[in-house]
Write a protein that binds this ligand. Structure first.
Ligand code: ADP
Ligand code: MG
Length: 579
């Protein structure tokens, strides 16, 4: 890992230093008590029973009391590690999630054109969870493993050297075995997680398109696709469980073999007189403790792999720099007239794609109503999305009231532009919530006023719960025209001096089109308006019509003058007449 990432990795501990230290201290106590308890047993057998101490009973009770005390402390510390440690991990997870969410919101359209939403969600949910787990388990796991392993070794070697060596000779064999099958098990389970991801994606796709599925009666095909993914998941789990069985039962067998080995070799040593009974008991008690660090270490290995993978993917997202950031002395627009000029603007979406606009110049006076027409795919939407700086021009400049939009703060620029598009995006929530999105601090009266201006008040009132009606996911409970009027009400509330209508009525039926067209015209009153029209009949009255061809503007004028030109516009118009 690069040092910058390494630094970042540890930086998440910073707010929780005290908690981390307390967590480690408790883990230390847990390890110490784990190692001490068998010594208490050994003391009872060796010092009290074998030496026939006077007052034996009282001494046994005293040691017993001490052990109870240790158990209580152990439990409290362990509980602290369990609870506060996990909480620390969760808090760090929250911090990372908030940071990523904030970052996501800064990234530009270009970024979202390339990314899959499901993947972005995965970074947010799973990767941060895996990192949280690693953050909280890693320190205590490392500490506990080392302490228990070396602690046991030192205690045992002081008791009996040959027996300890036999034990620690067996240990690597078990280590290799466990490492091998644990690795295979983790790999299979990781695969099954990916498969769950596939199931998720498949499910999301089918459910989002359920209306299309049903209309084509393709339920069976969808069911088959789903069953296939679901079966693949079973296969990966099967592999996982198989290796899990080898792993756990193997480790269990090894543990029991250790016990057998100690009883046999220890028993032989006792027979030869080189080992006391108390020592044998001590060894048996420590076997259990010795196996634990191996499990912990393997568990840590898994957490480490998943956590680091998650962290690297997380950082890849964070290292995506937002394409557009405000200049230091960015202009905050105060009063916008709404004059827009394109100065020799060239634009392409990506370096290896063709130019959509080439050397395009255009002047729109404040308060003008300008229509933009042209064949589909020619770049009308693209041209409009350059004005709020959704994308950055490659060459030339766009000026708003004479100021280069790159010198204006992004938020102040976008606050002054209202857009109404063909696809309306409504958030889950009520009608009022969705209108309020235009200006979050708007009052209920202002919302109703905006709805009235957008010709939406009547139909909203007729809804069962009026403005408080829940509109379902993406507004499925409303018609296209109704959704469009809500989106127009939003813009009324926002009240920007510049408007862009991008085929706002093209997906509507004639009747809703009229209602929407009507409210759009009200909205456009006294504002600079750029209209992309699909049906040319809707913009016949525009004083200025701009015709876009490949790479830029090809014709310009009023409806009548353009028809007289008998060029692109005349062609488009006649084609629509014939339909
Ligand atoms: P129009 O609105 O005139 O129908 P667009 O502005 O949507 O046309 O598209 C112009 C061209 O740019 C098309 O060739 C289209 O394929 C391409 N295009 C549109 N959006 C993107 C994008 N996000 N990334 C890459 N190419 C795009
Ligand atoms: Mg378009």
């Amino acid at each position: 890992m690069q040092t910058s990432r390494l630094k970042k990795f540890f930086s998440y501990y910073k707010p929780y230093k005290a908690l981390l230290l307390a967590d480690l201290a408790c883990a230390l106590v847990v390890a110490a008590i784990t190692l001490t308890l068998p010594l208490c047993a050994r003391y009872i057998i060796h010092e009290i029973l074998e030496k026939n101490a006077v007052n034996a009973l009282n001494q046994i009770y005293a040691v017993g009391a001490l052990m109870v005390l240790l158990v209580i402390v152990y439990t409290l510390c362990n509980a602290f590690v369990d609870h506060q440690g996990h909480m620390m991990g969760t808090l760090m997870e929250r911090d990372m999630r908030n940071e990523l969410f904030e970052h996501y919101q800064k990234l530009s359209f270009g970024f979202y054109d390339e990314q899959k939403t499901g993947q972005l969600m995965n970074r947010m949910i799973n990767d941060t969870y895996n990192m949280g787990e690693l953050y909280h388990h890693a320190p205590e796991d490392i500490l506990l493993t080392l302490l228990k392993f070396f602690g046991t070794f030192f205690i045992l070697i002081t008791i009996n050297v040959p027996l300890t060596l036999i034990l620690f000779l067996f240990l690597p064999i078990m280590g290799v075995y466990a490492f091998y099958f644990n690795g295979k098990m983790n790999k299979a389970f990781r695969l099954s997680k990916d498969r769950i991801g596939d199931i998720n994606a498949q499910l999301e796709d089918t459910l989002s398109g359920i209306r299309v599925v049903k209309s084509f009666t393709n339920e069976e095909a969808e069911t088959e696709k789903f069953a296939y993914e679901n079966q693949r998941f079973v296969e990966s789990r099967r592999e996982g469980y198989k290796n899990e069985t080898y792993f756990y039962n193997g480790v269990l067998a090894f543990t029991q073999l250790f016990t057998v080995a100690i009883i046999v070799f220890g028993g032989a040593s006792i027979a030869k007189g080189s080992l006391g009974l108390a020592d044998l008991v001590t060894y048996l008690l420590y076997v259990g403790i010795l196996v634990e660090p191996i499990r912990t270490a393997l568990n840590f290995l898994r957490l480490y792999q998943e956590g680091i993978t998650g962290f690297n993917r997380f950082m890849e997202m964070l290292e995506f720099k937002p394409e557009m950031v405000d200049k230091k002395d960015a202009i905050q627009l105060a009063h916008v007239q709404g004059q827009i000029s394109f100065k020799k603007v060239s634009f392409k979406y990506k370096d290896d794609l063709d130019y959509v606009l080439k050397n395009c110049s255009l002047d729109i006076r404040a308060g003008d109503y300008v229509a933009l027409v042209g064949p589909s795919g020619v770049g009308k939407t693209t041209l409009c999305s350059l004005i709020p700086r959704f994308y950055e021009v490659n060459d030339g400049a766009i000026l708003l009231d004479g100021k280069d939009i790159r010198d204006i703060s992004l938020s102040s620029l976008r606050k002054n532009i209202g857009m109404v598009q063909q696809d309306v995006y409504l958030f889950a929530g009520t009608v009022a919530d969705n209108i309020r999105y235009g200006r979050l601090e708007a009052s209920q009266e202002e919302i109703i006023e905006a709805a009235k201006q957008a010709n939406a008040h009547e139909f909203i009132r007729a809804l069962r719960q009026g403005y408080d009606t829940d509109i379902g996911q993406r507004g499925v409970k409303l018609s296209g025209g109704q959704k469009q009027r809500i989106s127009i009400a939003r813009v009324f509330l926002k009240n920007p001096p510049i408007l862009i209508f991008d085929e706002a009525t093209s997906s509507l039926d004639n009747e809703s089109e009229k209602a929407v067209q009507d409210s759009l015209e009200k909205l456009a009153f006294k504002r600079t308006t750029l209209v992309i029209a699909h049906r040319l009949s809707t913009i016949r009255n525009a004083k200025r019509i701009i015709v876009l061809g490949n790479h830029g503007i090809v014709e310009e004028g009023s409806h009548d003058s353009l028809l007289a030109l008998k060029g692109t516009y005349a062609n488009l118009y006649n084609m629509q007449l014939r339909l």
